[in-house]
Design a protein around this ligand. Structure first.
Ligand SMILES: [Zn+2]
Ligand SMILES: [Zn+2]
Length: 237
C-alpha cells in the first residue's frame, strides 16, 4: 500500500471553494470517511459522520472540538468516533429522528459484525428536518431526506458551493447496501433519483466510503442506476 503509517490516517482529497473547506480522514474496518466542514469566513466547523478516523479529524479542528456534529445516518461506522468528540467538548449532535432507533443500538450493530463496541453514545441534541437547512458559519447546508440504506438517512447539500455529503446513499459506481435492518432497495433507488440525480450535474458528491464523484459521472456510469437494473439482483458491498 502507500507509506501511510498504520493507525494515523492522513487527510484525503476533500473539497475547497472560496467559502468552504472540507477535509476527510478515512479508517477502520469499514474504511469510513469522516469529514470536517469549515466555513472560511468565520472559522466555524462541523464534523460530519465521526467514524474511526475521528481522532485525526479532531487534531485538525481549531481548538480540538467542532462547533457541531452532523450525522447522515446512524450506522456504527459513522458514529463510532463520537466518544472522542465528547471527550473534547459538547458540540450539538444532529440526527434525523428516523435513525434514532439505530443510534440507540450501536452496540448491537457492532455485535452483528463481530465487532465489540463498548462505549456509550451521547444523546443527540437536534432532530434534523428535511427542508430546514443547517449552517456552518455562513455556509448553508440543505437537508435532503434519502432513506433506503438507513431509514433516517439524510444528505447535506451546500447548493451554492456545488458539493453534497451523501453518506452511504451513493458511491462512485455503486450504491448503498440495503440488506441491513431498515434497508429498502427500491426506496434507495427512489431516493437517489429524487435527491441526488436532480442536483446540478457538476455537484461533487462526498461519499461515506471510497473516493468522491459527481452527479454527472454517476448518471453516466453507475451500473445500479441503469433502467435495466433490478434491486433484487444486486450484490452490494
Ligand atoms: Zn451506512
Ligand atoms: Zn458506512
Amino acid at each position: 500500500m502507500s507509506g501511510e503509517p498504520r493507525g494515523i490516517p492522513l487527510p484525503r482529497a476533500g473539497f475547497e471553494s472560496e467559502a468552504l473547506r472540507i477535509r476527510a480522514w478515512t479508517g477502520g474496518p469499514f474504511q469510513e470517511n469522516t469529514y470536517l466542514v469549515e466555513c472560511r469566513a468565520t472559522g466555524e466547523t462541523a464534523l460530519v459522520d465521526p467514524g474511526w478516523a475521528t481522532p485525526a479529524a479532531l487534531q485538525a479542528t481549531p481548538d480540538g472540538v467542532p462547533d457541531a456534529v452532523l450525522l447522515t445516518h446512524a450506522h456504527l461506522d459513522h458514529v463510532e468516533g463520537l466518544p472522542f468528540v465528547v471527550e473534547a467538548g459538547t458540540p450539538p449532535i444532529h440526527l434525523h429522528p428516523a435513525d434514532r432507533d439505530l443510534y440507540s443500538r450501536a452496540r448491537e450493530q457492532g455485535a452483528a459484525f463481530g465487532y465489540e463496541f463498548g462505549a456509550s453514545l451521547p444523546e443527540p441534541d437536534h432532530e434534523l428536518v428535511p427542508g430546514e437547512p443547517v449552517s456552518v458559519g455562513r455556509v448553508r447546508l440543505d437537508v435532503r431526506f434519502a432513506p433506503g440504506h438507513a431509514p433516517g438517512h439524510v444528505i447535506f447539500h451546500a447548493a451554492e458551493e456545488g458539493v453534497a455529503l451523501v453518506g452511504d446513499v451513493i458511491f462512485q459506481r455503486s450504491i448503498g447496501r440495503t440488506d441491513l435492518p431498515g434497508g429498502d432497495a427500491s426506496q434507495l433507488l427512489e431516493s437517489i433519483r429524487r435527491e441526488v440525480l436532480t442536483l446540478d450535474p457538476e455537484t461533487r458528491l462526498l461519499t461515506g466510503h471510497g473516493p468522491s464523484t459527481t452527479v454527472k459521472e454517476e448518471k453516466m456510469g453507475n451500473p445500479f442506476l441503469r433502467p435495466s437494473f433490478r434491486p433484487d439482483s444486486s450484490r452490494l458491498a
